[in-house]
Design a protein around this ligand. Structure first.
Ligand SMILES: [Zn+2]
Length: 341
């Protein structure tokens, strides 16, 4: 099975050929990456930006479309996509001006073949989903979290990604979980949101906040040595480095951030029974097993009605540490499954 797969990000546009032999894991070939024509780099806005973006997509895809005239095309997009393929907004790509764009229809007219369009985190879910799981096999249900510059999530349940008829769902990153002095500012303008406390950027500002509250503890930390004692120089790179050195102060920052994350997980479990959680994304990959072990400790501190020790121990796992989730997920979605494990 072959498919042309596209991952549109806020920074990069990636295209690849997905190929899967019967019973084998899928592979990405002829991978191409270029800077995407976004509001951040383009001179134009609104409809002119959209036209420039479509031209880039067309030029980038042209060699693949002519080499593989019969392959389906699947596109992952960094914003909500309705079932009919309308993008309600895409602030990271198009800024605030473009809304309610009939992107799927435009792609079909432009490329004249079968096109699948879905949100990028929904696409990533299909990398980890067991195809053929239906409504009665809740053992395959899970929630995928991305922990990178923001926090994103999608729930896979009953054989599908749970979304409403506008394509919305999976915005736990903007759910308010802190109401006290830890209600730090979120990128969306709100306060105390999960993304403001548990994303890479969130942990960075949480680190600064905790350092200013406990200056003595901060000043004796490995993080302070990396920052020359300057709280304003705390960034995710130094946090990751100090965490790998076993720095106690940074462990407390990480643990507090994960406390909010586990609150969100607990709500998902107690509301709809999700008890498997997969974590991907730049920050979480960079901290790796240190992230996972710390998360497991926090999970054990919570109560989980009806779950035994084994369920709790196997609740969280890290996904692959590459950047191919959406591209592979789109391929698996089209091919009908991973056909392994
Ligand atoms: Zn927010």
């Amino acid at each position: 099975m072959k498919a042309i797969v596209v991952d549109i990000g806020g920074t990069n546009l990636r295209v690849a050929l997905f190929e899967q032999e019967q019973g084998q894991p899928g592979q990405l070939k002829q991978v191409k990456r270029e800077k995407v024509c976004s509001f951040a780099v383009s001179q134009v806005k609104g409809q002119a930006l959209y036209r420039a973006f479509l031209s880039q997509l067309e030029a980038c895809l042209h060699p693949y479309l002519s080499q593989y005239p019969d392959c389906p095309l699947a596109i992952a997009f960094p914003g909500p996509v309705s079932p009919s393929g309308v993008v309600s907004c895409a602030p990271t790509l198009w800024g605030e001006e473009l809304r309610q764009v009939d992107f799927l229809d435009d792609c079909k007219n432009l490329f004249r073949r079968h096109v699948v369009l879905m949100n990028d985190i929904s696409a990533a879910v299909w990398r980890y989903a067991d195809h053929g799981s239906h409504e009665n096999t809740s053992g395959n249900d899970f929630c995928l979290f991305t922990i990178s510059s923001g926090v994103g999530n999608k729930v896979f349940s009953g054989g599908k990604v749970l979304l409403n008829d506008q394509g919305q769902g999976g915005e736990l990153g903007h759910c308010q979980l802190a109401f006290d002095e830890y209600a730090l500012r979120c990128d969306c303008g709100g306060y105390g949101h999960l993304g403001a406390l548990a994303s890479g950027r969130g942990i960075e500002q949480l680190g600064r906040h905790m350092a200013s509250k406990a200056p003595a503890q901060f000043s004796s930390s490995a993080l302070a040595r990396l920052c020359g004692g300057d709280i304003d120089r705390i960034d995710t790179r130094k946090l990751v480095s100090a965490l790998h050195q076993g720095d106690e102060f940074c462990h407390q920052v990480l643990s507090r951030s994960q406390h909010y994350l586990v609150q969100a997980m607990s709500h998902l479990y107690h509301s709809i029974g999700i008890k498997r959680f997969i974590f991907i994304g730049g920050f979480c990959c960079a901290v790796g097993l240190v992230y996972l072990e710390s998360l497991k400790r926090v999970v054990r501190q919570f109560s989980w009605l009806g779950l035994g020790g084994e369920d709790i121990e196997s609740m969280c796992r890290l996904g692959a540490s590459d950047d191919d989730h959406s591209l592979l997920g789109l391929g698996y979605y089209l091919s009908g499954g991973r056909q392994h494990g």
